[in-house]
Design a protein around this ligand. Structure first.
Ligand code: FAD
Length: 376
């Protein structure tokens, strides 16, 4: 166990990216205080000192985790990590499909798992009650509540905090971004008993794709839009929209009782340069490569619904069981993804940005290994 968070925060390892906000497994990091404090966490109680650092996805030994989850490291050609099968998938539940980010596959899998007893609770990310601009974790037990998770919330959500609040649940499904998934795996295989205990109930992990170049905390965003005359209490929904076919020109679309206002993400990130979380600069995981199941979009979700589907990577046995269950319950439709289509997925700029970062990580690791062998 580490001595203090402060001592670790000051060491070179800490990239000051704010990933601890999403990874922190206890109520130790306060999103509100993030910028007021040392650009990161110092808000730990003495009991839980250092847990967020131990769970930090950025300083994870990724290879070690990959070995633990899959029993092998990925080959160089495995750009989407280790997986057993890859499909194009779509939810057969009309409501889920309509309001989902793209095909509604994540929500359909969660629905199937809860309704069949595969799990008795799920941790998803939903907008806060009465605060439809602040995402956070929500523990759901009723399959109907998957609607709370529908759609992507482009803000960091401290999903792992819900791990300590599972009560009587015995088997739990977890949905998160690549950083959540890495942090969760790190906790599952940690030497720290407290962290392992928090993850004991997790049965299956669904990770979504994430290629956002940087993120704002919901608080920074709220402050910014309030300054531009949008009252927080008039917000009914925050979604994202694409105002150009270029994925980069995406906007936060703030729906209010009086209509909607668009805030282009790139301009916001530029204007709030100092406040943004540089999560992407430190992350090479585009497709939640340590999850049991990974789900991403195949095309911008603004295209006509008939083209929209999800890319579904099934990585482990438990992942396979859940996908079969969802298909047999007629909640999900899957079709094998052809190699040409899979190659097409690699054309997305967020994919190759993270891919080249992974290559650098690999090269550094390999050269350190070679050096060690030489010296040894
Ligand atoms: C920050 C961010 C960046 C993304 N970048 C990409 C990208 O580069 N390429 C791409 O293809 N897709 C991206 N996505 C979208 C993501 O891939 C979709 O969530 C995924 O395709 C699932 O689609 P779906 O229709 O199955 O989702 P739905 O059925 O609508 O379910 C969405 C699920 O995502 C979870 N979720 C939503 N927001 C968050 C959040 N902030 N933190 C944790 N969990 C959350 C919800 O709990 C829910 O279970 C991004 C999403 C986010 C939040």
């Amino acid at each position: 166990m580490v001595e203090t968070v402060e001592s670790l925060i000051s060491v070179d390892q800490c990239r000051r990216c704010g990933a601890c906000i999403v990874a922190c497994p206890v109520k130790a990091v306060s999103l509100e205080e993030y910028h007021a404090k040392v650009k990161g966490c110092t808000a730990c109680s003495s009991r839980s000192k250092g847990l967020c650092v131990e769970a930090c996805p950025v300083i994870a030994d990724y290879d070690k985790l990959e070995m633990r989850v899959f029993g092998r490291l990925r080959e160089r050609s495995e750009g989407f990590g280790v997986y057993r099968q890859v499909f194009k998938a779509i939810s057969l539940h009309p409501k889920l499909r309509q309001e989902a980010y793209s095909g509604g596959t994540t929500s359909a899998l969660t629905y199937a798992a809860l309704s069949s007893g595969f799990v008795d609770a799920a941790i998803i990310c939903s907008w806060g009650d009465g605060e439809p601009w602040r995402p956070g974790p929500r523990i759901i037990r009723d399959p109907k509540d998957v609607v709370f998770g529908l759609g992507s919330k482009y803000f960091p959500s401290p999903n792992l905090r819900a791990l300590g609040e599972l009560g009587t649940a015995k088997r739990v499904l977890f949905v998160g971004l690549p950083c959540h998934v890495t942090a969760l795996r790190k906790m599952q295989y940690s030497d720290n008993r407290a962290l392992r205990k928090l993850t004991k109930k997790i049965r299956v992990v669904i990770g979504t794709f994430c290629g956002i170049p940087a993120m704002l905390t919901a608080e920074s965003f709220a402050k910014h839009i309030t300054e531009r005359g949008v009252p927080l209490d008039k917000i009914t929904r925050v979604t994202t929209a694409c105002t150009s076919l270029l994925q980069g020109i995406r906007t936060y679309r703030v729906q209010t009782t009086a209509g909607h206002i668009d805030f282009p993400i790139l301009f916001l990130l530029r204007d709030l340069e100092k406040e943004r979380l540089r999560c992407d600069e430190n992350c090479f995981d585009y497709s939640s490569d340590l999850a049991d199941i990974s789900v991403g979009g195949t095309i911008p979700p603004e295209l006509p619904p008939r083209y929209v589907s999800n890319a579904l990577f099934v990585r482990t046995q438990v992942g396979e069981e859940l996908v079969n269950l969802a298909c047999n319950s007629r909640l999900l439709h899957v079709r094998k993804m052809g190699s040409l289509f899979l190659r097409g997925l690699r054309l997305f700029p967020p994919y190759w940005r993270k891919r080249s970062r992974y290559r650098r990580y690999r090269e550094e690791k390999d050269s350190r290994q070679r050096l060690k062998t030489l010296i040894g």
